[in-house]
Design a protein around this ligand. Sequence first.
Ligand code: GSH
Length: 655
Amino acid sequence: MGLLALGTPLPWDEAKKHADQVRDLGIKQLLQIWNKYRKNERDVLLWGDEIEYLVLAYDEENKNACLSLRQAEILAELAKNESLRKAGGNVPDSKEPAYTSEPLPTFHPEFGRFMLEATPGAPFGLTWKDLLAVEGNMKLRRTIAKEHMAENEAPITLPSFPMLGTKGVFTQPYYPPTGSQSRSQFIPDEAINPHIRFPTLAANITSRRGMKVAINMPVFCDENTPCPFNDPTIDYDRHLYPEDDDVRNGAAKEGHIYMDAMGFGMGCCCLQITFQAKNITEARQLYDQLCPLGPVMLALTAASPIFKGFLADVDVRWNVISGAVDDRTEEEKGLKPQKDNRYVIPKSRYDSVSTYISQDPALRSEYNDLDLVIDKDIRQRLVDNGVDERLATHFAHLFIRDPLVIFQETLSESPDDKADHFENIQSTNWQHMRFKPPPPGGNIGWRVEFRSMEIQVTDHENAAFAIFIVLLTRAILSYGLNFYIPISKVDENMATAHHRDAVLTKKFWFRKNLFPPRKPASNGSQTPAPSCPGTPPPVEDEYTLMTVDEIMNGRQDEFVGLIPLIESYLNTVNVDVVTRCELAGYLSLVSKRASGELQTGATWIRDFVRNHPDYKKDSAVSQSINYDLIKAVEALGSGQGREAGLGDRLLGRFG
Ligand code: GSH
């Protein structure tokens, strides 16, 4: 989350009148960036991670683990200490230890007023020293966050808070579930970050789509779960807002956990990795090559089996967020004939990527096999101004969306040397990869963000997945690896990743041969090497269904596996023994998650609930189960409980 602009936000009825103007200014800004930075060259690949936390508040008297709504106060405390340190002063009356790592991590707000986000403070490089510093830096972030919280508060890294939206008390302080911004039956507006961007986003999504968001996740049917399952927490008789009619008009589906607010989605936490490439070409290559990995890594990092107090029949957060910010109208969803809207749009704003963008000859046109909805005028304008067709198409696709939050003041300011209008559309296209042009005026390059992974309970796991992705990018660039499959298959994989225990029970489309064709011998002979392709094989022959185990660990002689591939990359570079051992530990965690030797967070949490003495085998997660679960999650996150065997199945006995 970057800097949050301030101003007077327009309600949807006003904002929509300025949508074309914002798009126009946004493209103008994009073209300025393109002209200024497209030839940028840098040598160093930099990267950084973002960790999102839930802030807990325990009510020990009632044995209740709640969400603390003190985000603003905690951030203010953090900022106070940070600025004092930057000024070189001591922190008076502070129990703050002298941190040795510089620069210090930085903390940011997120959508939930119960969330924090932390970044390393400065990007990591690619030295082994930097790679090995990742886990320590993540631990430091957790420690610093904890030190700026009240005694009964703690940061935890869990993608979704199990009790969010339940009937009991799940926030501190408590607020009844009302509020004109979300109009939710379950989550009070007070649980949203009060910065005006967030309530406005929530309200304008509802206004734009013409009803509240409706998120239905399948319930996990246990022995005593009522069947058919009708979510018992829905109040069909509430008459506070016109949107209360939604449930009377069938918004809640049988057999599903029903959620009705943006907070259910954007209140979830993830682990994101951003890479700065050496130039735009490399950024486009990384964007494409990491794209097919998105769903696989979602399944492998699955850690969200509970929503609104019920065990779900899914393990991941993705579709909850997708539904939580789906601002499409009935017309755009193709449910009504087109009258007021311009397009039928197959996906939510938060969804999987729909088009590859690289200029790599390995990108066959058959891979971009979705019927992409684009703004043709915008594409033409970009092409007329020198942007190549592929990139122009990518942005023309993002720009089919309306800007959701427009600050009145920005409409009359000069758009030059800024990116606010461009970012208005770009950063509310929450796809599983993001291609990020350099912000004007700074020294940041072309970046790519990998966004699908779920946050993990411990920093060891978070570091393992971050390091895995970083090493994979190294292998991709150094071997020129090719992960392309038709992008429609990536969509299919995204749906597959949601299945309970997909990591062990499902198969994902994946490319069979990752290596580029061998180049003709450079001995002057004109005869191509035998493997040099003439006519490429049919695209369908290039990919097949594989388990996550096969993708990660390999399949006999047929498929090399990503971890052996990374290992062979490490064999080609100069790594000292100690570093190699440490890296092996991280890779081993990823490998064992894929093989099932270790559990995903989702399976571990599900087992914890199902084995709890208070669990009635009816899918319901009670306050007492939640309390014990959260205590265990917090203990693991802060490095405790291992000697008692807590988390062995998640991390391994000696992990
Ligand atoms: N927490 C989300 C997840 O689990 O995938 C990702 C974070 C996110 O997308 N946050 C929203 C946002 O707009 C908050 S409304 N972030 C800024 C951005 O995407 O540029």
